[in-house]
Design a binder for this molecule. Sequence first.
Ligand code: SIN
Length: 331
Amino acid sequence: MTKLQLALIGTGGTIAGAASAASVSTDYKPASLSLAAVVDTVPELRQRYDIEVSQPLQLASYDVRPEHWLDLHAAVMQAVHNPQVAGIVVTHGTDTLEETATFLHLSVDTHKPIVVVGAMRPATAYSADGPANLLDACSVAACPGAQGRGTLVVMNGRIHSGLWVAKRHVSSVEAFDSPLAGAVGEVADQSVQWFRAAGRAPTVAWKTPSTWPRVDIAVAYAGVDETALRAFVAAGAQGIVHAGLGNANTPTAYRAFIQSLPAQGVLVARCARFITGSVTRASVYADAQHGILTAGPLPPHKVRIVMLLGLAHGMDGPAIQSWIDQILLAG
Ligand code: SIN
């Protein structure tokens, strides 16, 4: 019987991590094993699928930078353009997994399933979750129902949209959740269950950027002043994500400084710091009047990716706001 071909793309992380003993699950070195070696620990993978392995990156995901996303994007596009490949699985560290998943979700325009997967426990641990997660990710990537959903994340039997997924626990295997949005499906063995119809946010019209713009995140807190904002501007920030209190508020003087930034050529987007909920455009910030973007329920680190992609593709503030609105409409 002909087996479905899956492209497995390795980037490192805990799923490829090794500790000094099997009883150790938090003190280990991520990205110690090649993806090919990890695949070899799960014999069912090659029994079920025709597996093509590539390894454009090998690092802990806390070391991932936007420059690495360009190498990953190129590897993913190679698999997208290969007519033999039915689905794509990217193995990744969990610390910035949701950032890479958001980047791929908003930059790779394909009907083929792309599934990002990681593990909370190193490959050497008694309780390693990587093998089961990898098998689940392949089940999802091979599932026709995964088509047209953009980039998905599979962790601990749950399927999440790459856009909404968030790491919510530092060590539990049940670390990932999609606040407000919820999981889009579940996977158990080879059985995949979807909770909502396929659909996805519109992507940027991708052209590989020669450089990334600088976009920083300024987090507000009681008594915050403009020191960090001024430092970001001095460092050449083209965009600043303002992660505010409540409905993205701040002390009054800080607000006036933020409101002055777009006129100085620094794009600002407002979103909430650590809480969920949709930040509204109508507020004391008067976003429309000051040319400030409103990011609704998107968290700061994901708003930053939208701004990075938008600015790198020559979009101005209104164009990025319109893209954010379309992304939120798609849900
Ligand atoms: C990393 O993000 O590479 C380390 C942590 C993890 O993968 O769980």
